[in-house]
Design a protein around this ligand. Sequence first.
Ligand code: ZN
Length: 462
Amino acid sequence: MVEGRGLNLIIANTAIITGDGKTIHPKGHVGIGDGKIAAVSLGSDQLPLEGTPILDVGGATSFPGVINSHAHGCTFGPVMPSGSKPFHADDVRYYRNRHLLSGTTTLLNVCGLCLPDDIADPSGAPHPLRIFSTTAHSPSSRAAAFDIDGSGLGPRHLAVSAEEVILQGAVALGEGGGGQTLGGGAQDYAFLPKAIAEVTGVLVHASEAKRLKEVLLGRSLQDLQPSPNDRFVALCDELHLLESASADKVAKAVAASVLKPMRNAFLGLAELAELSERTGLPAILHNALPSAHHILALARAFPSARLIAAHSNHPSFSPEEAVANARLLRECGVKIDVSTLDCISTHWRNSAENLDALIGEKLVDTLSTDFAGGHWDGILEAVHRMVVKGQLSAPQALSLATGNVASIFGAFNDAGRLEIGKRADIVVADGLNLARVRHVIIGGQLVVMDGTIANSAPPTVT
Ligand SMILES: [Zn+2]
């Protein structure tokens, strides 16, 4: 289609999915020059091969690298909307490698209270993944963090406004609210078990913490004056919590942990919606049963805000609720994101029911991972699930994590499509299972080859 002079690399003998949601070419070649896609030839047309390094992929499928627009824990700064202490640097590197090896080439870290400066590895070692960050440095979002934790927030995180963080390089707003501050999954696995153990000495499992929370406060967490009802007392008894504490004491611990940050977190959602309207940046808001009606109200109050309803397959919804909620939000112009969580292969706490229902109703705009306590499944695993279940074609499913994300966010518009002129961010994978990633190219550089991160430093064990 375009002459091949000045190419640095040719991917030869490849099927091509372009990322536009419909196009797949069964055979072609892709030429890369100067970090960009410089030439594409289809069918038996050859690119001028002479002198150019060739990666012959033997019929495997090339497609634009995944743009993961909702991930956590990939910077060295404070994590989550709770502003918690940074993860151990080795964990951050591991998370980045996992994303890269599963086909992500651009990642948006939505912890919100860290800064663009926190992206660089303090060791100075570069990482091939292209990482961006968001801002949620609004007064109430910050106050919500301190209601539950805030221990990772240093003076430089507290001194800045969201507007200043945008000037420093944040490309979107959010995550407004989160499992920690809005009574979601992170309460169940991180904060609630600790709060219950403090009064009872018993460490409950995340799923038991969730049951205690919902029996006491209702699924929408709306009961603001909770008292231990009979079901709550029986559940405490079943979990051996009453041997060292009264049901009243357990109830108070559960209610304090869950409810305390919620008021400020809701105010924080409104601050980010207003900021979205003012700055034109997309705002990623934590969408779950307790926050869904707030997001809907904000979409109506700020019609020109660019709202994204994060992980709209959240396990607090029933499948029917998830579908009804997404439909209402979409009517107000809100974009619907779904996350893999641990739904696809891990099945730690979540199942794929809500994801399947939303995909089945064609209500999904973007597909991300979220964090799921570090147990998230890969985006391409979810793509493969949609394809083998016959819900979407491979081009349709892939566009949820490539072309669609690029056009919705704007900041990633230089990627997301395998087209001449776009960044050469390309994944080569098994055409029968796109989750089986073999090569990854970022900015024209082959950074994963045959499943191994290229030029990665040998491990050091201390
Ligand atoms: Zn969230």
